[in-house]
Ligand binder design. Structure first.
Ligand SMILES: [Mg+2]
Length: 220
């Protein structure tokens, strides 16, 4: 190990996912068919490659499921999923200890990245987590969602750090832990209990434990 840079997933890792779910419930209730099919499309699109225009392909897949024109599907997603989802985010707070640990790591000279499958910048603003990131971006920008290697390699390149010196922190075993390990990064799994035979280098449920683990394995 020997970490000099730490990457973070956002949803369910920097804030509790269920709070987001409660806030976005009205959208799910008013547009259950849209939400349901969008969930299916997000799973499907992870298996497709190459992808040249992520949002366009996503609209085409959704249109197929919903029996409508891709332009209509694109507009529906923008309005009810991407936009309303961002406004429903107001008032959501980071998990306990997140901000203090990030500021501490930053002050010790670690490079920090935020990498989410959804647009990242405004979410970090709403969470009050700005000014500490060396890079913050969405895997959509690379045309591929996690656990595809591309978003993780893009993060390493933006951090100008070899994968083996990066620890990636996330709550999804399949997308975050296996994705990061797949490109040679270390992975910390945010979870109340370790997965049996977990490939994660560390599992934690208290950000202070994560900070201790990082400092014990620091490459700075
Ligand atoms: Mg997550």
């Amino acid at each position: 190990m020997g970490f000099t840079a730490i990457g973070f997933d956002i949803d369910g890792t920097l804030y509790a996912n269920y709070k987001m779910f409660l806030h976005s419930l009205p959208a799910g209730l008013f547009h259950p068919r849209l939400s349901w099919n969008f969930g299916k499309v997000r799973k499907e699109i992870r298996r497709i490659r190459p992808v040249h225009n992520f949002r366009h392909l996503q609209a085409q897949l959704l249109a197929g499921h919903m029996g409508m024109e891709p332009e209509h599907a694109f507009a529906l997603m923008e309005r009810f999923l991407y936009q309303s989802w961002e406004t429903s985010f107001r008032g959501i707070k980071p998990l306990n200890g997140v901000k203090a640990v990030l500021l501490d790591l930053k002050s010790r000279g670690f490079k920090l990245a935020a990498l989410s499958d959804f647009p990242a910048a405004r979410k970090l603003e709403y969470l009050g987590l700005t000014g500490m990131w060396d890079t913050a971006f969405s895997s959509e920008d690379t045309q591929y969602l996690k656990p595809h290697p591309e978003p993780f390699l893009e993060m390493a390149s933006r951090l100008d750090t070899p994968p083996e010196n990066i620890l990636y922190v996330g709550n999804s075993y399949r997308y975050d832990v296996l994705g990061a390990k797949g490109v040679g990064m270390c992975a910390a799994h945010y979870s109340s209990r370790p997965k049996p035979r977990s490939k994660a280098d560390f599992t934690f449920f208290d950000y202070k434990d994560l900070r201790d683990f990082i400092l014990e394995n620091s490459g700075i």
